[in-house]
Design a protein around this ligand. Structure first.
Ligand SMILES: Nc1ncnc2c1ncn2[C@@H]1O[C@H](COP(=O)(O)OP(=O)(O)OP(=O)(O)O)[C@@H](O)[C@H]1O
Ligand SMILES: [Mg+2]
Length: 241
């Protein structure tokens, strides 16, 4: 489980994340939905200890990221595809990560297979297409067999086959009992992937709901999403610009 308690982040006088309290449960895919600039990536960076909150905290299975003994075995994350040494092959990259994180070497071939990169495993990552780099990023996230997965806009840059692949993968991981938290600014994509939705606007929680509940009051999911998020822009918080 991921628990956010009053999580808050400011950049200058801009509030990027504003008192966000949410519990993300295992066993389902939870979509983290909000317009561009609403604070999704900032929230995910704080969960992973890459950004320090100004107030509040983010807990993974009850502890902060920095207090995890072997982080890669507890939480797998895909934030930025392409953050690899371009000269290293996928296999070399994963093998080095496994060695330094107390992960058995046998997981490397499993992770490569899970993301469909076995045949390209010896090629230098610098020669990979965007979709292949995305798959390598997912392999890194899965390497430690973690119970919690965090993915920031994983469908960006993927073709329809890749989008379907990642959708099925995430649903399968949730069905195994893992906590899967995946962000998107596209309600249509989330409607196909997520069971539950956490909707934010301007860093604030707007709704914790399901796709069915969200669609119930409007003609379309897009309308429902726009109605929700326009509320956030109508009630601008102090300091927001
Ligand atoms: N390093 C930073 N310095 C200053 N402002 C930042 C920084 N990172 C994010 N912000 C601001 O915080 C707000 C939230 O940004 P964030 O990237 O978290 O949004 P997002 O929901 O991930 O958007 P997108 O859908 O475009 O990825 C924005 O106003 C952004 O300009
Ligand atoms: Mg983002």
């Amino acid at each position: 489980m991921i628990e956010l308690r009053e999580l808050t982040k400011r950049y200058g006088d801009r509030v990027a994340v504003d008192g966000l309290s949410v519990r993300v449960q295992p066993g389902v895919v939870t979509g983290f939905l909000g317009p561009n600039g609403s604070g999704k990536s900032t929230t995910m960076r704080m969960i992973l200890g890459l950004d320090a909150p100004d107030r509040g905290e983010a807990l993974i299975g009850g502890v902060r990221y920095r207090d995890l003994n072997w982080p890669l075995k507890a939480v797998g994350a895909l934030l930025d595809a392409g953050a690899f040494h371009p000269g290293r092959s996928a296999r070399a990259h994963l093998t080095a990560l496994a060695a330094s994180n107390d992960i058995p070497g046998s997981r490397v071939e499993q992770a490569l297979r899970l993301v469909g990169l076995s045949d390209a495993a010896t090629r230098r990552a610098g020669t990979y297409s965007l979709g292949m780099r995305q798959r390598l990023g997912v392999a890194v996230a899965l390497l430690g067999d973690p119970g919690v997965l965090l993915l920031d806009e994983p469908v960006n840059g993927l073709d329809p086959e890749g989008i379907r692949w990642i959708r099925d993968l995430l649903r399968g991981l949730a069905a195994e009992g893992r906590t899967v938290f995946v962000s998107s600014h596209l309600i249509a994509e989330m409607a196909l992937t997520a069971d539950r939705l956490v909707v934010i606007g301007r860093g604030r929680l707007l709704a914790e709901t399901t796709v069915a509940e969200l669609a119930a009051d409007d003609d379309s999911l897009e309308d429902a999403f726009l109605r929700l998020t326009s509320q956030a822009t109508d009630h601008r918080g102090v300091g927001a610009s």
